[in-house]
Design a protein. Structure first.
Length: 403
């Protein structure tokens, strides 16, 4: 019996779905990538990260141990997806898609080579491609040279289009909805997980209302209380809320690969004087930081000014991480526009179209007066003359002593 199973094939099943952006948006992104490729002498890019594949094609993969890719040449843009996803990658991508089978090992690279060709200069994401996959790239594509295209793609992603800003603006409104749902739910005796579920459900319903044709996944809430507030990314637990507890609200809606955030400090019922003093100091830092965000200022300059602000109040030693970061195609699972983080070692100058957070955090250890983690977080769109704050949920003691 002849084995007719294919190494790779096109499975254009069903109709193309409504993508997060119009076709001309993806065409413009690909044109930007191709300009970078031409400047570097690259004949084909093999993009492998979730964020870049989503950015240039609209398809957000779920790897589950399998490699995925987007091969971009001067004329083609082709998603390379695993057979387990059937026709979904094609339905959810701009451009073409090829499905590879698992009938024999490394069919993924056979499909990549089919599109990219062999012997050319290949663009890769050096911060994502593993050593094992890089060796297979060399075996199957036999490149004349390899160029790290990741810095150029990150620079492109850091400046958002008007369509991206519209989506991010909607995401900020969804986060606000989650924040209000959490505020309405908080009371002593509930568990962190009870409150977190209320915020998550509210955001998912809001996303489904605003984006009826989207895929829904990865929206989540981190809601922390007491000592659990000491870290920005501490997971939800079953800890029971008590009167006087410090709380940290963290709403993270995900819309078609685009992450937004709302983060606020709250207290259950009342706030003691020592905690209020720290909280108000962090609010003052937050407001000063908001005033600094504008075109022409560097990320490092913002960080250094905020360092001086906290040092003058003898609080700098309680700062634990940078003051903000970029927004776009990123999440807790993937993506990082490290060139646009508000830290002392980042010299990027803010420019119109960039979207950044302002999120100072102070953490005081258990046993200290005012112990806990304090954080406020707003999202700002940098414009020609200043910045627009697109976060609406209020911050500070006047609104967030609840339950």
């Amino acid at each position: 019996m002849t084995d007719t199973r294919q190494d790779f094939y096109r499975f254009h099943n069903g109709e193309k779905a409504v993508l997060p952006f119009a076709s001309d948006e993806y065409d413009a992104r690909l044109a930007g990538l191709r300009a970078s490729m031409q400047a570097a002498g690259v004949t084909a890019c093999v993009l492998t990260s979730m964020h870049n594949i989503a950015y240039y094609s609209g398809f957000l993969y779920c790897a589950f141990g399998r490699p995925y890719g987007l091969v971009v040449t001067a004329t083609d843009s082709v998603v390379i997806g695993a057979g387990i996803d059937a026709g979904q990658p094609w339905r959810r991508c701009h451009g073409d898609a090829i499905t590879y089978s698992d009938w024999q090992r490394n069919n993924y690279w056979r499909a990549v080579a089919h599109v990219a060709g062999t012997g050319g200069r290949v663009g890769i994401e050096a911060d994502h491609l593993t050593l094992a996959q890089r060796a297979l790239l060399d075996d199957f594509l036999k490149p004349s040279g390899v160029t790290d295209i990741a810095p150029a793609t990150m620079a492109q992603r850091m400046v958002k289009s008007l369509a991206e800003i519209d989506l991010i603006r909607a995401g900020a409104a969804v986060a606000d909805a989650g924040g209000y749902a959490i505020r309405d739910t908080i009371r002593a005796g509930l568990r962190e997980i009870d409150v977190a579920m209320a915020g998550r459900d509210a955001m998912e319903l809001e996303i489904a209302t605003r984006f009826p044709y989207a895929e829904y996944r990865d929206t989540w809430v981190w809601f922390q209380s007491g000592p659990n507030t000491d870290g920005a990314h501490n997971p939800v637990t079953g800890r029971v809320l008590r009167h006087g507890d410090i709380l940290s609200l963290n709403c993270f809606p995900m819309i078609s690969g685009y992450y937004t955030a709302l983060e606020r400090t709250l207290f259950v019922g009342e706030v003691d004087d020592a905690s209020r003093a720290v909280w108000e100091a962090n609010v003052a830092t937050h407001e000063y930081g908001l005033s600094l965000i504008r075109p022409g200022i560097s990320c490092a300059e913002i960080a250094l000014k905020l360092n001086d602000f906290l040092a003058a109040r003898d609080l700098l030693q309680y700062r634990t991480f940078g003051y903000g970061h970029s927004f776009g195609v990123l999440s807790q699972y993937y993506g990082r526009e490290a060139g646009l983080e508000l830290r002392e070692d980042i010299d990027t100058v803010l420019a119109p179209g960039m979207v950044v957070s302002m999120e100072p955090m102070l953490t005081l250890p258990e046993g200290a007066p005012g112990a806990g983690g304090y954080r406020e977080h707003d999202i700002l769109v940098v414009g020609a003359d200043g910045a627009e704050n697109i976060t609406a949920y209020p911050y500070g003691p006047g609104f967030n002593v609840v339950g």
